[in-house]
Design a protein around this ligand. Structure first.
Ligand code: TMP
Ligand code: MG
Length: 216
């Protein structure tokens, strides 16, 4: 466990189905925080740069087939391999804005509806990881996503599957979640995120929020 000296950074996660605008909003929020003098970094999961991340990328782009349970564990391992660095950054005062986390991990695998791979099974590998201080869930229906020009070419980017993913996300909501209506304009969404993020960053700086652990 990293030793904490001075105020810690906030652990901010973005979740949502594909095409909800998470990456755009994450980028904008990090730039805003930095411009306001907050030490902040943008992270994303899967982190496709590691050896495990490269296997995940090859799976998502259909260059390889991987057993569903095995790839679920790879997505989780990809978070565990970043855990130490994540804790170190937070302890040293850096706020992390993270594009997807374990909620995506559970929602996407559980949405497959495979025997043995239910939601309870899916949460086990990620239990004990650092819990986010806040989860901004960008909420957009499949129809609204389609109206935006629809999905890309990667595995999972299909309307029927995304509907099941949204159902799984609903079941994973906890008290750290803030639901954001992602059908609003980019600017309106960003404004709400900035206000809510500022409050979370301030709470962490005051030391009023110990970092929790996920699903324990
Ligand atoms: P990305 O589009 O944000 O890079 O995410 C790639 C895809 O991987 C996306 O469809 C969601 C999915 N995913 C999982 O299936 N499990 C996970 O643990 C994560 C983080 C993402
Ligand atoms: Mg994608």
């Amino acid at each position: 466990q990293a030793v904490q000296q001075g105020p810690r950074g906030a652990f901010i996660v973005f979740e949502g189905a594909d095409r909800a605008g998470k990456s755009t909003q994450c980028q904008m929020l990090v730039e805003h925080l930095q411009a306001s003098g907050v030490n902040a970094e943008l992270w994303r999961f899967p982190d496709r740069t590691t050896a495990i991340g490269k296997m995940i990328n090859s799976y998502l782009t259909s260059q390889s087939e991987i057993d569903d349970a095995a790839v679920h564990l790879l997505f989780s391992a990809n978070r565990w391999e970043k855990r130490e660095e994540l804790l170190r950054k937070l302890a040293s005062g850096t706020t992390l804005v993270v594009d997807r986390y374990a909620y995506s991990g559970v929602a996407f695998t559980a949405a497959k509806g495979l025997p043995g791979l239910d939601r309870a099974w899916c949460t086990v590998p990620d239990a004990g990881l650092p819990a986010p201080d806040v989860v901004f869930f960008l909420s957009l229906t499949v129809e609204q996503a389609a109206a935006r020009g629809g999905y890309g070419e990667e595995r999972y980017e299909k309307a029927d599957f995304q509907r099941k993913v949204l159902d799984q996300f609903q079941a994973l909501r906890d008290s750290s979640w803030r639901m954001i209506d992602a059908s609003q304009s980019i600017e309106d969404i960003q404004q709400q995120l900035r206000e809510q993020a500022a409050a979370v960053v301030a709470r962490c700086q005051r030391g009023a929020a110990p970092l929790g652990r996920l699903w324990e």
